[in-house]
Design a binder for this molecule. Structure first.
Ligand code: BV8
Ligand code: ZN
Length: 247
């Protein structure tokens, strides 16, 4: 499963970065975006995941996010999430940089999680920015209004055309530059600027390994691709890492 080059790197790893996308949560039952069953098959991203779409049709956008929030309350972290959390016991510094908004890395126990595209557990008022948790919302009552000022409440996620959270982005860039090993897991690598991270880390000297059942837009720019499902591959990678570290 692991190449000699990958095995050779493991003993010297001080900083490991795991960069994850929707495929990481596929085995938890959270659908991806661009696969054959992906949610973008039914909708176009611009139609839903943008501020303009939200202002044009708040109840349609809320219907989509309310559905995804309900899905998230019924899913669990899968063995891939748990394996990444376990890696924190093997190396001095492990960062999870995720494009996902499903909160599953935190629920799996990962401590250093950088959320580039926000988190579906959080919402805020577009006028007074009053934060509102999911518990404070009736997910079946259309687009909710702020109790303080009556403004529209939106999910705390980064839509197309919106800037990524600067602190999460800065910390991610810093971790990528320090990484000895960079795992790109379950992402098609088509959304920017997140998709620039593997190249930045490789340019700074990291060994970059992609884990995905198929080749992606990133495959030509990584050191190796392990074809398979992250929920199956990652526990095996942790088992082999432990053997290499005991030698
Ligand atoms: C930005 C949150 C600066 C919401 C998401 C014009 C104007 C402005 C910007 C742009 C523009 N043109 C292009 C851009 C940049 C744009 C962009 O990249 N567009 C792309 C589509 C071309 N980016 C932005 O707008 C970003 N902001 O640039 O700001 C700026 C600002 C103003 C003006 C100029 C510049 C913001 C991007 C963030 C968008 N928000 N999500 C929500 O979720 O509802 S993006 C969305 O895509 C998710 O976050 C998702 O994570 C992300 C990436 O997708 P993936 O995670 O890779 O998922 P995907 O389904 O594609 O792939 C799944 C993979 O898993 C597959 O490879 C599959 O094989 C694999 N898989 C399946 N099963 C498994 C598996 N792998 C492992 N195990 C399995 N079991
Ligand atoms: Zn308000």
């Amino acid at each position: 499963m692991l190449s000699d080059a990958f095995r050779a790197r493991i003993p010297g790893v001080r900083c490991l970065v795991a960069f994850t996308g929707a495929g990481m949560s596929a085995e938890s039952g959270v659908s991806t975006f661009r696969g054959e069953d992906g949610i973008w098959q039914k909708f176009k991203p611009e139609e839903l995941a943008s501020f303009d779409a939200f202002i044009r049709n708040p109840s349609l956008v809320w219907e989509w996010y309310a559905h995804r929030k309900k899905v998230l309350s019924s899913v669990e972290p899968n063995p891939g999430h748990l394996a990444l959390a376990n890696m924190e016991t093997l190396f001095p510094e492990v960062h999870v940089i995720t494009q996902n908004i499903d909160n599953l890395h935190r629920r799996a126990g990962s401590q250093r999680v950088h959320e580039l595209h926000g988190n579906l557990q959080r919402n805020y008022c577009i006028d007074c920015r009053n934060p509102v948790s999911n518990e404070g919302l009736d997910l079946d009552a259309g687009a909710p209004r702020c109790r303080q000022c009556g403004g529209l409440i939106r999910p705390d996620v980064i839509w197309f055309g919106e800037l990524l959270p600067l602190d999460a982005w800065d910390r991610s860039i810093e971790a990528c530059r320090r990484a000895d090993l960079f795992l790109s897991i379950g992402t098609s690598g088509v959304v920017y600027p997140a998709a620039t991270l593997p190249g930045i880390s490789r340019g700074a000297g990291a060994y970059v390994v992609e884990i995905n059942p198929e080749y992606t837009a990133l495959s030509d720019f990584v050191d190796e691709t392990i074809l398979g499902k992250s929920g199956e591959i990652l526990p095996e990678v942790v088992r082999l890492m432990k053997i290499e570290l005991r030698k």
